[in-house]
Design a protein around this ligand. Structure first.
Ligand code: AMP
Length: 180
């Protein structure tokens, strides 16, 4: 998106090899979140897309999507809506099951939170293989009629999650591209 911002953020991004298990290069987003000037730059970059796409609600994916999503929504004076793992949200919920490496998981969204006319931006800290993001897209698509926008702070581009989303017809944005 913004090449000089991307380089600046990458210079400050802490990458921890072999966490939580061997072979994973863990992108520690908290090395950016803990620096207010950098966090503000990230939020402002996301807000440009919120304005351009005339987004009406921000949907954050459990749990690190909540950090960026709630600040962006507050800055833009639009509602923040959480997508959570099974059994965490009270009242009637929309549900979407998705496949994991072993078995299944389920994400949920409170039924009254979004309507058909909403233009949704789904935010998460990072996209790798895209498992949860694809399920989140499907869940929102069941409810709204407008094109859905995805926003990730980091895209592990070689794991192709963002490509999968693009092929499904979503708008997909990220700020930092890194190797996973
Ligand atoms: P995925 O469903 O494969 O796209 O993974 C999505 C979630 O897993 C992201 O929201 C991250 O929080 C976490 N994650 C996956 N890979 C990494 C990584 N290399 N570094 C940090 N977080 C990761």
């Amino acid at each position: 998106m913004n090449k000089s911002l991307e380089k600046h953020l990458k210079d400050h991004l802490r990458v921890i090899p072999d966490f939580p298990k061997k072979g994973i290069m863990f992108q520690d987003i908290f090395s950016l979140v803990e620096q207010p000037v950098l966090l503000k730059k990230i939020i402002d970059e996301i807000s440009k897309v919120v304005k351009k796409k005339k987004i009406t609600k921000i949907v954050g994916i459990d749990a690190r999507g909540f950090i960026f999503g709630s600040i962006v929504s507050n800055d833009n004076r639009i509602p923040f809506i959480p997508i959570r793992k099974k059994g965490k949200l009270p009242g009637p919920v929309h549900k979407m099951k998705y496949k994991l490496e072993y078995g299944y998981d389920q994400i949920e969204l409170q039924k009254s939170s979004i309507i058909r006319e909403d233009r949704i931006m789904i935010i998460d800290d990072l996209i790798a293989t895209g498992g949860t993001a694809v399920a989140a897209g499907k869940l929102i698509k069941k409810i709204t009629s407008k094109k859905i926008t995805f926003m990730f702070v980091i895209d592990l581009y070689n794991l192709k999650g963002a490509n999968i989303l693009k092929k499904k017809g979503y708008n997909v944005y990220s700020i930092i591209k890194a190797e996973g």
